[in-house]
Structure formats: structure tokens, C-alpha cells
Design a protein around this ligand. Sequence first.
Ligand code: ADP
Ligand code: MG
Length: 264
Amino acid sequence: MSNIIAVSLEKGGVGKTTTVLNIGAGFTKLGYHVLLVDLDQQGHLSRWLGWQEDGKPAISELIYQEVSKIKTAEYQQFVRHSERENLDYIPANKMLGGIYAILGADGESNTVLRRIFHQEFFGAYDYIIFDCPTAVDNLLVSNALQCSDKLLIPVQAEKFAYDGIPLMLQRYMAIKQTNDIRPFLAGMLITMYNSRTTMSKEVREALIESYGELVFPEPIPMLQEARNSTNDESPLCGSLVGRKNSRVGQAYLAAAMRIAGEAK
Ligand code: ADP
Ligand code: MG
């Protein structure tokens, strides 16, 4: 049985994609079989995994195939393997920008990803993680949430980061049609934490005061190594989890262990 996780927040540049890459690599390091799914037309995750346009079908074609019921490719053809990270992924490209009209045409437009992943990929992986686009009121995000058992929210350690969270949680609750979001939350992971600034500390304290144990105890430090790891033109591009002396990698591994229930 797979655990399916959506990584989502409506703000851009908070570390969503960095989190998907490193939590995925963390699960792999723990011995789990992992599939990452890029749901952002910018395709950062795909590129950071080393993907280059290969002319083969990507996530938009997979969605189109489900909505149209015209099967043009076998499911395995959508899956790529990253040798470096030792995990599988389904890439995204700009074509995904055109998928909203297609999704909207489906009679059950919120459950397209659920149909695909629960029927075809469920059971083949221990963890499936969706890298959501920067939005909440968005058909791809609501599809990812409908398909997932857990929601992981990266929160950047900066001013006002937590102000929008209550409203955002309400919108997630509406999508999941629940009055209690807690069981659905894998947690809030503080990213880009700078222990030298009072701002970072204040954000962390405010989050813990409001959300208690839902906040991961170990924040992800803000470090240049993370920026270097997301430059797809650099040989340093890739997850930091296995990298020697990487503090960001160690913090992400701790988060992965906590999600997997392996935290000490
Ligand atoms: P999102 O997917 O939410 O838009 P990204 O994961 O693309 O966010 O991250 C945005 C930028 O912040 C990237 O340039 C990335 O390298 C940088 N970044 C992410 N995490 C960290 C960190 N812990 N320390 C420093 N920079 C970070
Ligand atoms: Mg992103």
C-alpha cells in the first residue's frame, strides 16, 4: 500500500520543490520505494532530477489519457528513473499549463489524479509525493489533495509566513470535506530557517504556539548549499540527503524519518 503525500502551499519560493526532492531522497535512503510526481508546469523538480525533454509523454499526457479515455501509452512509459537519486518520477513540462481546461471537462474533475494513482501506481511504491504548483484554488492542487493521505506544508521562516495559514487550512478542509484537518496533516516544516535572526525564531515560536506537534521539531536551515543544489546547470544539483556534512540534508532526513514514523 502506498502512502501518498501532497507538498503544497499557496506561496512561491518557500521551498516546496526542494522539500519534495529531499524528502523523496530521504525516504529512498530509509529503504523505501519512491515515486515523485511533478505537478508544476515550471518543471523544476524534473530538471533537478536531471530530466531533459525526451519527447516521451509527461504528466500532462497522463492526465489527458485519463480524461479522454484514449490510451496512447502504457503507464510505465510515464515513469522515469533517476540513477543519481535512485528513485522514480513523472516529469512535467509547459504542456501542463494547458491541462486545466481538460481537467475541467471531466465529469469528476477533482478525482482525476486519484483515479490514475490509486488504480495504476498504488501499491507499486511505498511513497508517492506530489510537488504542487504555487496555489490552493487550483484544479491540480485539489486533485493532488483528493488523491493524497497526507499534506505536508513547507513554511518559510519569514515575517507574516503564518498569517495566511488559518485561511489556507480552511480551504484545504473544504477540498477534503472535513472539519478536522489534523489527521490529514503530515505537518508543517519550517524551511529557510536562520538561527541567527530573531525573525526566524519568532516565526517558529508562533507556529509551535498555534500548531504544537504539527510543527516538525527540526527546521530546515537556510544555507547556500540548498541554493546550489537547485541549480540544474551545476554539478552540485541534486538532493542533499546523502551528501557528506550537509546540514540541510540531515534536517530533511530527520523530517523523512518523522513522517515514516522512524524518528527516535
Ligand atoms: P517553491 O517550490 O516553493 O517555489 P523552491 O523549492 O523552488 O520553492 O525554492 C525556492 C528557492 O529557494 C530556490 O532557489 C531554492 O534553492 C531556495 N531554497 C530552498 N530551500 C532553501 C534553504 N533551506 N536554504 C536556502 N535556500 C533555499
Ligand atoms: Mg516549486
